[in-house]
Design a protein around this ligand. Structure first.
Ligand code: GLA
Length: 486
C-alpha cells in the first residue's frame, strides 16, 4: 500500500513533488490506515552513468534537502521519506533501455534500464535507502527477452543486495502480463515476496501541470477500471506474499466519480491487489479519502490469506457476485458488481458461497449497516459496487490427508475451488515451496515459520478438475488439505 508518482506526475517528477506527496500521505490519514510506500516511477533518471557504471542523476531534480547533503544524491529523498515514517520506492527497467518517458511528450532518453548492471543497480538502490523497486519491461520487450529469466536474475540481485545492506527491497515486477507472469512470478528466483503486473497501464498519465492538448483530452472511464480488474484475475497464482498487481489506482482522478471510486476500491480490496494510489494526494476529496481509508475495506484487503475472489454467480448479465474466501472460518467478503446501466436488487444465495443457511451476520462495508441475512437482498445502483462481509458457518469441507510431498485425488470439479493447506514449517524462516497439480496449477507458496507443534494454514485456489498436488521440498511438513467446493 502506498503512492506512486506515475499516473499524476509522469516524467515531471522531482524532489519537491515527492516531498509534498509524502507529507500528504503522512498527514491525511492514509499512513495511519497502512499506506506506507512512496514510489518514484520513471523520469527520475535520464540514463547517465559515471565511468564505473554508477547511476548519475540531475542534481537540480534531486537536490540536497538537509544541510550536509550533496545535490544529486538519491539518498536525500529516500531519507526524507523515511523521516516521515514511510518507506521509499524507486523504478528501473529489466532491459538496457527503459520506457523513455513513454507515453509523454519530451525528449527520449536511452539506456534508462538496468540490464548489464543488475547487481550494481539493485545494491545502489538499497544503499541509497530504498525499500521497494518496480522493474519495468520496455527494454526487455524490445530485446525480446524472457521475462521468467530476466526477473529471476533480478530477484537474485535483489536478494544479494538485501544480504549486503540488511535492508528489505520489495520486488515489483511490471511486465504487463505479456508472458503470463502468474505462472513464473510467484517466488521468482526464490524470492519470499513479490507482485507482478497483470496488464497494461490502467490509463495514460494525467499531469495537471502540463496543460497541453493531449493531457486535456485524457479522462478515466469505467472501462479502464473494469478492464484492469478483468485482466488481473489469476487466483491460482496468488497467496500470502505473492500478488497479482492490477496497476496503480486512479481514485479521484479526472473522470472518476463516487460510484466508480467505490467500484475501484472494492475490486482492488477484494482482490488483495497492491493499493498504490497514483492520484495527486493534495487533490483528493474527503469522500475519496474516506473510501481509501475505510477500515473494514482494508481488513478485507489485508486478510492474511490474500486471495483473489471467485465469481460465484451472475444472475443476469453484468450483475456479478464475487466472493473472497477469508482466513477466519465462515467469513467471506462479497462484492456485488453492477456493470449495467440500471440499478438492481440482488438476492444472495448462501449455498453458492459454501455457507450453511442462514449466516450470523451480514454487513455493508461502505456504511457499516447490518443487513438481514434471511432476506439477503441488496440493492446496487447502476455502475456501482456493494461490498459486504458475511460471517456464517462453512459447509463441511472434503479433507485430504497429505503423504510425504503430495496430496492425491482432490476433486475440484465444480470450478475454482478454495482450499486451506495445513503445514508445519519448523525451519525458523519462510520456506518458498513450489507447488503443482495434475489439473494445471503451477505456483509457489511462501510459508511462514510455525512454532513447535503448531499448524500453519494458507489459502490456495485450485483450478477445476481432479488434481494430485505435489510439493518440491521436504523442509515443510504438509499435513492436510481442506477443500471447500462451492
Ligand atoms: C510503463 C508502466 C507504467 C509506468 C510507465 C513509465 O508503461 O506500465 O506503470 O511505469 O511505464 O514509463
Amino acid at each position: 500500500m502506498g503512492w506512486n508518482s506515475w499516473n499524476s506526475f509522469a516524467n515531471v517528477v522531482n524532489s519537491q513533488i515527492v516531498q509534498q506527496q509524502a507529507r500528504a500521505l503522512a498527514s491525511n490519514g492514509m499512513k495511519e490506515a497502512g499506506y506506507e510506500y512512496v514510489v518514484i516511477d520513471e523520469g527520475w533518471w535520464l540514463g547517465e552513468r559515471d565511468a564505473a557504471g554508477n547511476i548519475v542523476v540531475n542534481p537540480r531534480q534531486w537536490p540536497a534537502i538537509q544541510p550536509g547533503q550533496k545535490d544529486g544524491d538519491m539518498a536525500n529523498i529516500a531519507g526524507y521519506i523515511h523521516s516521515l515514517g514511510l518507506k521509499a520506492g524507486i523504478y528501473t527497467d529489466a532491459g538496457r533501455d527503459g520506457c523513455s518517458m513513454y507515453p509523454d511528450s519530451g525528449p527520449k532518453y536511452m539506456n534508462t534500464g538496468s540490464e548489464g548492471h543488475y547487481d550494481q543497480d539493485f545494491l545502489q538502490f538499497s544503499k541509497w535507502g530504498f525499500d521497494y523497486v518496480k522493474v519495468d519491461w520496455c527494454g526487455g520487450a524490445k530485446e525480446r527477452r524472457s521475462g521468467a529469466v530476466q526477473y529471476a536474475e533480478i530477484a537474485r540481485a535483489i536478494q544479494n543486495a538485501e544480504t549486503i545492506t540488511g535492508r528489505k527491497l520489495y520486488f515489483s515486477i511490471c511486465e504487463w502480463g505479456s508472458q503470463n507472469p502468474w505462472f513464473w512470478g510467484p517466488g521468482v528466483g526464490g524470492i519470499e515476496s513479490d507482485i507482478w503486473r497483470t496488464g497494461g497501464d490502467i490509463i495514460a498519465p494525467i499531469v495537471d501541470s502540463l496543460y497541453d492538448a493531449e493531457h486535456d483530452k485524457r479522462t478515466i472511464t469505467a472501462g479502464n477500471v473494469l478492464n484492469s480488474f478483468d485482466a488481473g484475475l489469476h487466483p491460482e497464482a496468488q497467496h500470502t506474499s505473492y500478488y497479482n498487481d492490477l496497476d496503480m489506482m486512479v481514485m479521484g482522478m479526472r473522470g472518476m466519480n463516487d460510484a466508480l471510486d467505490r467500484t475501484h476500491m472494492g475490486l482492488w480490496d477484494i482482490s488483495s491487489a497492491p493499493l498504490m494510489v497514483g492520484s495527486d494526494l493534495n487533490r483528493l476529496s474527503q469522500a475519496t479519502l474516506s473510501l481509501l481509508t475505510n477500515k473494514e475495506a482494508l481488513a478485507i484487503h489485508n486478510d492474511p490469506y490474500g486471495l483473489q475472489p471467485i465469481k460465484v454467480d451472475e444472475p443476469t448479465p453484468g450483475i456479478q457476485i464475487w466472493v473472497k474466501p477469508m482466513a477466519i472460518a465462515g467469513r467471506r467478503a462479497i462484492a456485488i458488481l453492477n456493470r449495467t446501466d440500471g440499478s438492481s436488487q440482488v438476492k444472495i444465495n448462501w449455498e453458492k458461497l459454501g455457507l450453511k443457511d442462514t449466516p450470523k451476520s451480514l454487513r455493508d462495508v461502505w456504511d457499516g449497516r447490518a443487513l438481514d441475512t434471511v432476506n439477503a437482498t441488496v440493492s446496487v445502483p447502476a455502475h456501482d459496487l456493494a461490498l459486504l462481509i458475511v460471517d456464517g458457518e462453512d459447509k463441511a469441507p472434503v479433507e485430504y490427508p497429505a503423504n510425504q510431498n503430495n496430496i492425491i485425488g482432490i476433486q475440484a470439479r465444480r470450478g475454482l475451488t478454495f482450499t486451506r493447506l495445513q503445514y508445519a514449517n519448523t525451519s525458523g524462516h519462510i520456506v518458498v515451496l513450489r507447488v503443482k497439480s495434475t489439473s494445471g496449477l503451477f505456483t509457489a507458496l511462501a510459508l511462514p515459520p510455525t512454532i513447535g507443534s503448531e499448524t500453519g494454514t494458507v489459502g490456495l485456489i485450485l483450478p477445476s478438475g481432479t488434481a494430485d498436488l505435489s510439493f518440491d521440498r521436504q523442509l515443510v511438513k504438509i499435513r492436510e488439505l481442506d477443500a471447500y467446493a462451492w
